[in-house]
Structures are given as C-alpha cells and as structure tokens.
Design a protein around this ligand. Structure first.
Ligand code: ARG
Length: 574
C-alpha cells in the first residue's frame, strides 16, 4: 500500500534496525528540527541501544550500513549520540510532485476505509446557537471533510437538545403567542421568545402550571402538544440552518438525531443496566457507580441514569445514542466534538458503554474536546452588555469588516464582487482563527488578528492562492507535462513541503485536530513565497519555466484543497 513520507521512512529505518539486531525497535521518525540536520531525523537508535545496553553510535553505524534508502535519499548522516539525519533527493521529491499533480488526492494515500460517526454542532433548540456551538460546528465540519477525503464513510450526527422541561414552557407560550396572532414575529427572534416565555413562567403561576402540564403531555405523546413542539423545533432548526448555510457547513435535517430520537429507548437502556447489575437504586434514582471515577472521599462517583421523579437525563440519551451508533450505524470510530467541560461525562459514558457491552474494543470512542472562546478581555466571549453573542450577528460582523477591508484595497471593484470576496474572507477568517489553534486550549477572539493579511490567517493563505492564480493569468503557453527539475534550494524546499501534505492530513485524522493542517498550509505558503522571491517564474525560460510553473500549479492545488478541507473558500481574484 502507498505510504506517506513519514510512514515510508519509518518502514525503511525499522527494517534496518531489525537487520542490525533490533527487531521491534521503533524508528521515531520526525521532520528535522534544523536545516543542517537534513529533512528528517530517525531518533530510534538511542532507545534501541539503551534497551540492549549497546553503544548507540555503533548501533547507528550498523543501521546506516544496512539502511536501504538510496532510491529516495541523497544523504544519510549520523549526528550526536546516534541520530540519523536523512536528506531526500531532488529526483525523488520531483517524482512525488509529479505523482501528486496527476492524482485527485494529491498523493495522499487512502487508508482502509472506516465508518466514522461525528457528533458535532448539537445546539439546544430552546435557544439560538451561540459561540460554543460555533466551535463544535466548525471543528466537526473540518474533521468530516478531512475524513471523507481519506475515503472514510462519515456519518454526521447532530445531537440537538430538543427535549426536556423547557419545551413544555416554550410550547405553552407558543399557544399564547399564536392566540395573539403574533407568533411569526415572536419566533423570528428565538432568544427573545425564550426570555419572554421564561418571564411568563416566573411571574404567572397559572402559566407555570400549564407549562408543567405540557411537559407531562409532551412526554405522554399528546398529539396537540406534540404538534406544537414539532412546530417549535422546525422554526428553531431553520435558525440553525441559516447559520450552517452562511458558514458553508453541509449539515441537513437528515443529520439531526436529537435527544428526543432516543425517547423510546431510554426505559430499555435503564432496564438493561439494571439487569446487568450496573444500575442500582439510590435515594429513589437509578444510578451507576463507577469505580474508575472516585470523588475526593475516595467513593465511586454516581452516574445518574434515571431521576427520582422517573425523568431521564442527558446521560441516558447518550447511552441510547451509543447503542444506536454502534448497533445500527456500525461505527468503527465515534468522535464527540463537544466542549471540554463535558470531559467527565464522556469518560463516564465511554467506560459504562464498555461495561454494558454497548461499545466494544472494535469501536474507537473519542471525546474531541475544545476550550472556550474568549473576548479580548480574556473572559468568555460576550456582548458588551454581557449577554451571549448570537452567531448570526457575529458572522454578519465578520462579513462587514471584511467588506470594509476589501473595499479599501479595491475601490474600483464592482460591489457584487466585493461582497463575494468579503463573504469568503470574513467567514474564512472566523473559521481559520478557530481551527488554527490547538483545540484543547481556550483562545482569544480578535477581529484584527484574524482579518490580517499577514501571519497564520485565512486571508494570508487565500491571498497566497490568488497570487499564484495571477501568475497563471500571465502565461499563454506552458508544457503541462514538463519534467519537474529541482535545482535551486528554494525549489527543493518547496517540493519537500508539498510532499508533506499527506502527513499533515494524517495527523488531523489521527488526533482529530485540524490545527495540524492549518500549520502545514501556513508553512507551505511561506515556502512558496520564498521560492517565488528566489526563483523567477515568468521571467525564466524553457524547461526551467515550465518546471517552476508546475510547482506553482501543485502549490495552488494543495492550498485550495487544504483550505477546502477546512471549509474555507479560495478565490481567483481578491
Ligand atoms: N446539546 C449539547 C450541548 O449544548 C451538546 C450535545 C453533544 N453531543 C452529545 N452526544 N452529548 O451541550
């Protein structure tokens, strides 16, 4: 099977280690830390030597003596106590670039295909989407795109919050609003609708009683209340869909499997947990005590699956969802793209699912957590008046700011064109700012840095792409089959960076972390700019020009594909 660069080097070095008497020793291949160390380093010799009480330098010499790598490397050196430094040959890098140009996957190997469930977005339909759901939506969408690109079957699951006591209150209020004939207006702003319903609930005892009755009716399957609830959900989902559309996120109604989807299964799950001796009664509730999770007193922590009043919880729906995803969707891997603050819930869910037999060893369960989005004051992102920021408003502002920037640069451009560009730049900037950070950390939301045309930002990368397109507009004839020849150091380094695309994609898939791709694209654009300064393209001639144009071409393809995998548009002109 075709391998990525790191995989190939790993195979070769491991074979040499084995031939030198260390059969199971890992090769530990990584990009070289400094240019003088070559392109890649294999650092496994030290560990292997230590385990066998050998002299590492001697072992390195033995390994290099049998290392079969001359077809791809031009130089292999031993450094320090036993590092093996490898420099790839220009011919090999040129052949990889040629292959990538002819491949729809740009040379990225397709692994064994898996069925991957990605649980992302998951807004609560009682309210409007807020910034926490923005992160889940953007990260989940990028992961879905990358995994599909690798040939996996991705099944998106939008686990929306569409159940619970608030919905009694909201449907009860919907009737009142409808009676007044103002329902359409009332629901144009969900946040406001919720606020007014809550106010009625708090102030009017009669209304509160009705709301409570509605919860019971809703759970009992009452047709009228259910129809109202459906209507409410429908309107709320419309709000989400407007956000998805603006973001370019392809979540549809078919992907919605909300909490309510599992209603009928909840008593079954609890009964099953009881039968397996996992759930026990505790103060009237049904509880699972997991030894793996101890509290400060050293007692097993309680995971409640049914409340005292017989109601079910978030945890219960997630257990039912687990059975569905493994049993019906046949997932090999399930990614939960959810706020890091829910980490304990997911650890408990995964552990219990294992014990109950809902998810076996064959299914890989991962909580893809993420930190909080912070305002420039370092506190959780809020409006100036301290309320949560509505996503529609945030995206609107992004496009407006981008429009001002684009207009500044291209005053004469027709307005419609400036609008198209500012949509791509504004939305791209918001997404990229999020995706380029290690998702585990909190990050500061800053309009100025995300919309900058310099640094690791979407506009910088989009601009790099546009710049290459402008080169192509000045070319009348070129040989699209020309041989790629890497003579100048800047050419070789650009080709090396291009060859690293597959490993970047692999890292995203393995770690469920899109920032690896962002970092890669930034490095690629930087190497391209260096190449472009050092090696004239349009002013060169003949075979050299054609070869350089092909490198430009592959760079443009890689930038466009890479940004596309992050859900970010590229433009020919901006
Ligand atoms: N609705 C939840 C929230 O807003 C997110 C759902 C995440 N998915 C899940 N299977 N629990 O926090």
């Amino acid at each position: 099977m075709k391998q990525t660069l790191i995989e190939l080097l790993d195979t070769r070095v491991r074979a040499a280690l084995a031939a030198a008497g260390c059969p199971d020793a890992p090769a530990v291949v990584a990009p070289a830390g400094r240019p003088e160390f070559g392109d890649y380093q294999a650092n496994g010799v030290m560990g292997a030597a230590k385990a066998r009480k050998m002299n590492p330098r001697q072992l390195a010499e033995q390994v290099v003596a049998v290392l079969d790598i001359s077809d791809i490397a031009s130089k292999v050196e031993i450094a320090g106590p036993g590092f093996i430094n490898i420099t790839l040959s220009p011919e090999y890098l040129a052949s990889l670039a040629t292959e990538a140009l002819a491949d729809v996957h740009l040379g990225v190997p397709q692994p064994v295909s898996q069925r991957v469930v990605i649980d992302y977005s998951g807004p609560n339909l009682a309210k409007e989407m807020h910034v926490g759901h923005l992160r889940s939506t953007i990260i989940g969408d990028a992961l879905a795109r990358v995994l599909r690109f690798l040939g996996h079957t991705v099944i998106a699951q939008n686990h929306v919050g569409d159940w619970g006591t608030q919905f009694g209150m909201l449907t009860a209020y919907l009737i009142e609003a409808e009676k007044d004939g103002g329902e359409a207006i009332a629901l144009s702003d969900l946040e406001d609708f919720y606020r007014r319903a809550k106010q009625r609930f708090d102030e009017d005892e009669a209304f509160a009683t009705t709301a409570r009755e509605y919860v019971v009716k809703l759970q009992g399957g009452d047709t009228h209340v259910n129809a109202l609830w459906q209507k409410f959900l429908d309107i709320s989902l419309h709000h989400c869909e407007a956000v998805y559309e603006r973001l370019g996120v392809a979540l549809t109604r078919d992907d919605v499997r909300g909490e309510s989807f599992y209603n009928n299964d909840l008593p079954v799950v609890v009964a099953d947990l009881q039968a397996k001796g996992l759930a026990v009664e505790s103060e009237g509730a049904q509880v699972v005590f997991l030894d793996e999770f101890k509290n400060k007193e050293g007692e097993a922590q309680a995971y409640i699956v049914r409340k005292q009043d017989g109601g079910y919880l978030y945890a219960t729906s997630d257990l039912a969802a687990m059975r569905y995803r493994v049993g019906t969707l046949h997932a090999d891997r399930i990614l939960y793209v959810v706020d890091a603050r829910q980490a304990l819930h997911f650890q408990q869910l995964f552990t219990l699912s294992g014990k109950a037999g809902y998810a076996g060893e064959a299914t890989k369960l991962e909580h893809v957590g993420f930190g909080v989005m912070l305002g420039d004051d370092g506190k959780p992102f809020k409006t100036r008046s301290g309320t949560t920021v509505k996503l529609v408003d945030l995206l609107q502002e992004a496009e407006e700011r981008a429009f001002a920037l684009v207009s500044e640069k291209n005053a004469e451009m027709p307005e419609a064109e400036r609008k198209t560009i500012s949509h791509a730049v504004g939305i791209g900037a918001v997404k990229y700012a999020d995706l380029s950070k290690n998702r585990n950390s909190d990050y500061m939301f800053s309009w100025n840095s995300m919309l900058s045309f310099e640094g690791n930002t979407a506009p910088y990368l989009q601009y790099a792409y546009t710049r290459i397109q402008s080169v192509f507009r000045k070319v009348d004839v070129s040989d699209a089959q020309a041989k790629i020849v890497l003579q100048e150091p800047a050419e070789r380094l650009l080709a090396l960076e291009l060859a690293r695309f597959a490993d970047a994609i692999n890292a995203v898939s393995r770690e469920a972390a899109p920032h690896f791709l962002c970092g890669y694209l930034y490095d690629l654009a930087t190497h391209f700019m260096r190449f472009y300064e050092a090696c004239p393209v349009l002013k060169s001639e003949g075979a050299v020009r054609d070869s350089r144009l092909r490198l430009c071409h592959l760079t443009a393809n890689t930038l466009k594909t890479g940004l596309g995998l992050l859900g970010i548009e590229t433009l020919d002109v901006m």
